[in-house]
Write a protein that binds this ligand. Structure first.
Ligand code: PLP
Length: 423
């Protein structure tokens, strides 16, 4: 059977072998071992530039959603391109600052910011807190009072829109924990109108992730635009409008949104308001900039079903089991013709849910050979864990012929660093 191989710029074949930019991937895995995440800096930069280009001429700030990939060298690369960042924890704030991010380009989202986190973010002078509840607002006020400053806030609106995505990554319906009911915004604004520790600067929304249709964005944006109009009529100036992230990418058969059309939609709804547009893309900026390389440990056959047991598992890439996600998988070496067969690619963890692919047509391979799992830069390493006492993978960044190990593989000592035995 002739199979069409998915091609990712930055990771292409030469004489049947998968290369990353100008590096034979086996050079990297020979030194670093597997599993490892390998990123292409040129692809990452191209993704950023394409996004920036779609919004040229607009008063807009692109704030990378750090949750998608918080590796310092990635954040450093993005900061150097002038991007801002969207944070959801004090840890992410620290990561961005260590990577050289500018505090005045930071937005802090998330439903459960602690006092300590609020304190740190406020004292570093971040650009905006996206507030998710009245109680959080009171907490921010308290911190600002103690620090003798004024906190810049936007209210995160829940526009009650279904995002047409996996149920675990929809965030904009009334059933979700995120945002404040649209109808409550005017009265909440009234509540803190006289608070000198809070400076209202705008509205925010984020309806979900991996969205490949403009329709939910239409709905959410039209509700946001109406709210901006209503507030203006009531004499409230909305200086920033944060439209979140959520743009989907192609893992399998999805058709990602055209960035120009997305930008046109934003212009259509928000150009009349003379406000600064903020965006929080994560996945779409990472997209095809990284792969996960794993090694075949064993082959196994049970009642006619073939398993490839590889050295990466759900602790390295949880998306297949958590979201039933489909990632392209390719052998690194395809120099010789081989028979293909339906195969489950599974990890070594003691969990039935530990799989990377099911019923995938793959060529016959020998133990020791390597496979590449594509589209792994977003929510790959970022969601990895030490489950089953496994050390987390290494990360490598390639630029042309040069590669750098941007994060070393964890060691057993790393695993036990924070623990003590009972006396
Ligand atoms: C508040 C917020 N902003 C931005 C994002 C990034 O989403 P995506 O990676 O789909 O662009 C998320 C992810 O769920 C989020 O929760």
């Amino acid at each position: 059977m002739k199979r069409k191989e998915i091609k990712v710029k930055g990771f292409a074949r030469r004489d049947g072998l998968l290369w990353g930019e100008d590096v034979d991937l086996r050079t990297i895995t020979g030194k670093i071992g597997t599993p490892c995440f390998i990123y292409s800096r040129p692809v990452l930069l191209a993704n950023v530039h394409r996004f920036q280009e779609a919004f040229t001429g607009m008063n807009a700030l692109i704030c990378f959603a750090v949750k998608a990939n918080r590796s310092l060298a990635i954040l450093q690369t993005l900061a150097q391109q002038g991007l801002g960042f969207d944070l959801v924890s004090g840890g992410e704030l620290e990561a961005v600052l260590r990577a050289g991010g500018c505090p005045q380009r930071l937005i802090y989202s998330g439903v459960g910011k602690t006092r300590d986190e609020l304190y740190r973010a406020l004292s570093r002078g971040i650009f905006q807190f996206n507030v998710e509840s009245k109680e959080e607002l009171e907490g921010i006020r308290q911190c600002a009072k103690e620090l003798g400053c004024c906190a810049p806030v936007a209210l995160r609106v829940n526009p009650d829109v279904e995002a047409a995505t996996h149920p675990y990554i929809g965030t904009g319906s009334a059933q979700h924990k995120f945002g404040i009911d649209l109808a409550e915004i005017p009265s909440l604004l009234e509540t803190f109108r006289g608070w000198k520790e809070i400076r209202f600067q705008g509205l925010a929304c984020h309806i979900g992730s991996q969205i490949c249709s403009l329709r939910p964005f239409h709905r959410a944006f039209s509700r946001m635009a109406q709210l901006v109009r209503d507030l203006r009529t009531a004499g409230v100036r909305v200086k920033t409008i944060d439209l979140g992230g959520g743009l989907g990418v192609r893992y399998h058969r999805e058709k990602p949104l055209c960035l120009k059309k997305y930008a046109e939609l934003i212009r259509k709804y928000f150009a009349p308001f003379d406000a600064m547009i903020l965006m929080e893309p994560g996945r779409r900026l990472m997209e095809d900039a990284g792969i996960l390389v794993t090694r075949l440990l064993y082959r196994k056959e049970t009642r006619g079903k073939q398993f490839y047991i590889v050295d990466a598992g759900m602790n390295d890439l949880i998306r297949p089991t958590l979201y039933q996600a489909w990632h392209p998988i390719l052998p690194i070496n395809l120099s010789a013709k081989r028979k293909v067969r339906k195969t489950d690619v599974v990890g070594p963890l003691c969990e039935t849910g530990d799989f990377l692919a099911k019923n995938r047509l793959l060529p016959e391979m020998e133990p020791g050979e390597e496979l590449a799992i594509l589209q792994a830069a977003a929510y790959g390493y970022a969601q990895s864990s030490n489950y089953n006492a496994r050390c987390r993978a290494a990360e490598i960044m390639i630029t042309g012929k040069t590669w750098v190990e941007i994060r070393r593989r964890e060691t057993l000592d790393d695993l036990f660093r924070t623990e003590v035995l009972l006396p």
